[in-house]
Design a protein around this ligand. Sequence first.
Ligand SMILES: [Zn+2]
Length: 429
Amino acid sequence: MSERLVIKNGRVVDPSQQMDAVLDVAIEDGLLRLIAPNIDATGGDTFDATGMVVAPGFIDMHVHLREPGFEYAETIESGSRAAAAGGFTSICCMPNTQPVNDSPTVTSYITERARRHAIVNVYPIGAITKNSAGEELAQITSMRHAGIVAISDDGRPVMNARLVRRAMEFAKSLNIPLIEHCEDLDLSAGGDMHEGVESVRLGLHGIPRASEDVMVARDILLAELTGARYHVAHISSRNAVDMVAFAKSRGLAVTAEATPHHFALADRDMQPYDSNYKMKPPLRAPRDVDAIARGLASGAIDAVATDHAPHPGDEKMQEFERCPFGIIGLETAIPLTLERLFHPGMVSLTRFVSMFTEKPAGILSLDKGTLKPGAAADVTIFALNPPWTYDVNKSPSKSRNTPFHGREFKGGAVATIVAGKIVWRRDDW
Ligand SMILES: [Zn+2]
């Protein structure tokens, strides 16, 4: 007896098939079988998606799961539950754990823990350098064989350009992208927020835009030199967006992601000395925020990624200068992107879905991000309009560091289906 689920009457939006129509979606034994009108649902389960959007499972290509090493902040299991509650069916975890994911042993540990405990697909990203120390290359080839989908020293940049060149050559031979956390450490040293009028007003040390820009420029030149696939993590500066657009116009394999907080908040929105507004790169000036939103609308920036970065309360409840950088973001990504890009009419629904599906899948060569028959039945169902208020205290994440607690949203995730199984479902819509 096969397991069958039919999603009825949803607006099916799948950019990978140029599909946008009210249809039924039939899932059988974990795979997508058929998308058509009026599919007979007898003998199986049904999900009534009337008035909702049915899309390929959303992918977050940038999260921190904190396991191994910092399980008090997040685990692979708790992070995967937060992902499901945000509508994500696949997440990619950055290597800055303890130990750092710089060897196939750690990669295998993560994939094995994910296989047993995660409720969504977890793809590890391996370190570029040993211990992400920026000095010698990590075991990139053997990590690739163990399952990494990209390399990055995220949390830190690789300051040595010669090493980046070598890493790009490795990445190219393995056909994976190099993801850079673009921050010139000499320019950003000691900074806690964006350098500008607001940092002067608050008396905090600033991180200039140029700290990001010079590294994006360097890396684009190295991507041209090596022919590697190069991806800018959490792009935040207007100049960097222009440079990525320029690289694309030259035909280079250069891509970028932006986080919801970088297009939803500017430095002037910070609550003074509230560490829930402290992240790297920092919240920038309003003209940067506009450039990020416009870059996502034009396609200069390919994807939305959360940079979900859990820190427990006692780490974030210190003086601003001592607090670690980063906020959680899995459960607020869809509503913030609806709020800032879709509801004002900056992006179509197709573009909205593609930023979370076919774009990240393409950047990482994942066999995901589509509802084509035969593919694994990873499906995200979301609503565009119902109002709700985000309560971080109900989050499955182990951490609570967010500036969006109590924010009123319009629309968000309704159900998350992984390999044909409903792993999370909102009960009040
Ligand atoms: Zn980073």
